[in-house]
Design a protein around this ligand. Structure first.
Ligand code: Q9C
Ligand code: ZN
Length: 342
């Protein structure tokens, strides 16, 4: 299958994130994409191409216009105010406070448009994030052209980004942008299957009231795990989207046996929905060796995951999300794709 990838990802290279009470080096770093790229080239998954530019329009189909202009100018405003150090938010709105007035202050707007302090905005954030979105969009184009599958090697990731907020290392929701592009170009129904360790809160929010895009997610139970405020089993969508969200939260320590059962439930739901295309939000942070996660998948299990995804028998776009055990990340992602190709 074709691999879509831009070297512009390395323009997103944050210095630190707030984790366990400390500023620590960012887990979401350029080496992640490098090792995946090198591994996929080594095992010959398919040709690697750079993304085609798609402009702002497909981003604005998913994201709020004010949020997009904030993201474009945030670094320049921060630089004037505070100097050349990563921009991180420091405070957020709580229930009973008001978010009716968008703050003029850049610090106020960082809080207004975010949900965590783990996602630094840097000089290159906008360019890196748009390159990743263009990779996902180019992958969607390939499915439309008749490819059975494509892999968008996106970085930074996307599934935590909502219509008007960033967080969880994500700025633009690459998978949602691709799913919407498929809808806008002829697909009547699209399913998004999110197998990242963390709940895809952003994708869920974007399609919450949509009956034409099914969102299914396997993830660590938010009662214990980031993002904490999204991803419970009783969140099933609303309005026209009632019943078109399926959350399958799993406990810390989940191994392949338990994971495979949940994946079978996901596959049945997706089959019943009968989509024209499947977008897989592919995180490899379900791996036992992941430094910030607590599932127990082995490298060989990712082969099985790929085979299970192939059995859904749908045109499939893989969009890279998380995975922080950098040394093993290339093998694990490569295993999903080789398992898929059989
Ligand atoms: N102590 C993705 O995988 N921080 N984002 C967790 C752990 C946020 C992960 C803190 C993790 C975000 C795309
Ligand atoms: Zn994750």
């Amino acid at each position: 299958m074709i691999i879509i990838h831009s070297e512009e990802h390395r323009l997103q290279s944050g210095r630190s994130e707030l984790n366990d009470g400390q500023l620590v080096p960012c887990y979401e770093k350029p080496e992640r994409a490098d090792i995946i790229r090198d591994r996929l080239a080594a095992i010959g998954v398919g040709p690697m191409v750079t993304p085609d530019p798609h402009g702002l329009e497909p981003l604005a189909r998913v994201h709020d216009a004010g949020y997009l202009s904030f993201l474009q100018s945030a670094w320049d405003e921060w630089l004037v105010e505070h100097g050349d150090w990563d921009a991180l938010p420091l405070n957020w709105v709580a229930p009973g406070m008001h978010r009716r007035v968008v703050p003029r202050s850049i610090d106020g707007r960082l809080g207004y448009y975010s949900f965590d302090a783990g996602t630094p905005i840097t000089a290159g954030t906008w360019r890196a994030a748009t390159a990743a979105a263009n990779s996902a969009l180019t992958g969607a184009d390939r499915l439309r052209a008749g490819d059975r599958s494509a892999f968008a090697l996106c970085r930074p990731p996307g599934h935590h980004a909502g219509r008007a907020y960033y967080g969880g290392y994500c700025f633009l929701n690459n998978a949602a942008i691709a799913a919407q592009s498929l809808r806008d170009n002829g697909a009547a129904r699209v399913a998004v299957l999110d197998v990242d360790y963390h709940h895809g809160n952003g994708t869920q929010e974007i399609f919450w009231e949509r009956g034409d895009v099914l969102f299914v997610s396997l993830h660590a139970d938010p009662i214990d795990e980031f993002p904490y405020f999204s991803g419970h089993a009783d969140e099933t969508g609303a309005g026209a989207g009632a019943g078109a969200t399926l959350n399958l939260p799993l406990p810390w320590g989940t191994d392949w046996a338990a994971y495979a059962e949940a994946l079978a439930v996901a596959a049945r739901r997706i089959g019943d929905f009968a989509p024209d295309a499947l977008v897989v939000s592919l995180g490899a942070d379900t791996y036992g060796g992941d430094p910030i996660s607590r599932f127990r998948l082995l490298s060989e299990d990712f082969l099985r995951m790929g085979a299970a995804l192939a059995a859904m028998n749908l045109p499939t776009l893989f969009v890279m999300e998380g995975g922080y055990a950098v040394a093993d990340l290339g093998v694990n992602v490569g295993n999903v794709l080789t398992g898929f190709e059989g």
